[in-house]
Design a protein around this ligand. Structure first.
Ligand code: SF4
Ligand code: FES
Length: 361
């Protein structure tokens, strides 16, 4: 098959092995309607996806979910990805990561672990994950360091944990993290229904800034600190996915191939499945991957805006979610005619502090 002109191969693949998860985080960005175990790809199908991804050019495989440790065939999939020459990253809650399992995964070529953290202490963290998970995370981090694997700690920030920011940075240090990602909640999937309760306040964000700056300085050389802004409060949108269909692809548990992990948000997008079409064809030729690739789809104000090569018009999922039109400028942009929608959300009194914990549906 010929390569579509100008389209580069993907660098990374997010393989969502399962949506099953022992946690119930209210900020979960997975879709409201999850893929059930019966619809998940089998081992041979995932191995074929990995083979096809490597043929396509993928070098980094992120094994994710839900909780990828819920898949008994995880070791086989790590072996396959690693034998293909891919850098294999496990994105996990840490629950179920025993010494024996990690030893085996390391032996098979696991290269990196990304561990989620919900709060600075067990009480808050367990409350926010809806599970007695915190102590397991401490154990998981200790194991990862014992096996001398690089460790990333991922924290999703929101109104109910911003006050523990310093504590969570200190926790990541104690865990021996090489990288700490502090990401303000993005409102996709389940998280959207909790937006009211999760959206941080302007005061919280202002308080976070010097804390993050000081930690970044102090920890330079030992722990990389990455801070993801709360984009509703920004003037310009994030360069979502570094551009649609540009660098990454996601394969959902049932084999649906997504240009971005939240792409099921765009209900007008016709998505394809690796069970029905080769991955390379989907990457290069599918309607879904080509829909917002490059700049041809852009209208004003993006079409002639000098920032279009920086932010690619922002986030397609957010544009669809807020305006019903995925080809609109991201309403976060102050040049978007729809910016008023975001301002209205920010100005609305932050009513309820109650969020709905993640469930299957
Ligand atoms: Fe980005 Fe479009 Fe806004 Fe320009 S007008 S800053 S390209 S979203
Ligand atoms: Fe889908 Fe931004 S989350 S394009």
């Amino acid at each position: 098959m010929g390569v579509t002109e100008g389209v580069q191969p993907p660098l990374g693949m997010l393989a969502e092995l399962t949506h099953r998860c022992p946690l119930h985080c209210p900020y979960c960005s997975n879709p409201v309607e999850l893929v059930t175990r019966e619809r998940e790809l089998g081992t041979d199908e995932w191995c074929s996806v990995l083979d096809q991804a490597r043929d396509l050019g993928v070098l980094q495989v992120h094994l994710s979910g839900g909780e990828p440790l819920a898949r008994p065939d995880l070791p086989e999939l790590v072996t396959r990805a690693s034998d293909l020459g891919c850098y294999v990253n496990l994105v996990t809650s840490g629950l179920g990561l025993t010494e024996a399992r990690l030893a085996d995964l390391v032996d098979r070529g696991l290269a990196h672990v990304q561990l989620s953290v919900q709060g600075a202490d067990a009480e808050r963290a367990n409350l926010l994950s809806g599970a007695k998970a915190h102590d397991h995370k401490l154990t998981a981090a200790e194991l990862v360091k014992r096996f001398e694997l690089p460790l990333s700690v991922n924290v999703v920030l929101h109104r109910a944990n911003h006050d523990q920011l310093e504590g969570m940075i200190a926790l990541a240090e104690r865990m021996g993290a090489d990288r700490l990602e502090l990401a303000n909640t993005q409102f996709y999937g389940w998280a959207l229904r909790n937006r009211d309760a999760l959206l941080p306040t302007r005061e919280q964000l202002a308080a976070a800034e010097p804390v993050v700056r000081a930690a970044t300085e102090r920890l330079r050389g030992s722990m990389q600190v990455v801070y993801v802004l709360s984009d509703y409060y920004e003037q310009y949108p994030k360069p979502c996915m570094s551009g649609w269909g540009a660098q990454q692809l996601t394969v959902a548990p049932d084999g649906t191939v997504l240009p971005c992990p939240a792409a099921t948000t765009i209900t007008t997008l016709s998505l394809e499945n690796v069970r029905e079409r080769p991955l390379a064809e989907i990457w290069y030729d599918s309607e879904s991957f080509n829909a917002y690739r490059g700049e041809d789809w852009m209208r004003e104000p993006c079409r002639t805006c000098e920032r279009r090569t920086i932010d690619f018009g922002g986030c397609r999922c957010q544009a669809f979610q807020l305006t019903g039109d995925a080809a609109a400028a991201d309403p976060v942009c102050r040049r978007s005619p729809d910016r008023g929608l975001v301002d209205a959300l920010l100005e609305a009194p932050h009513g309820s502090n109650e969020f709905v914990m993640r469930g299957m549906r």
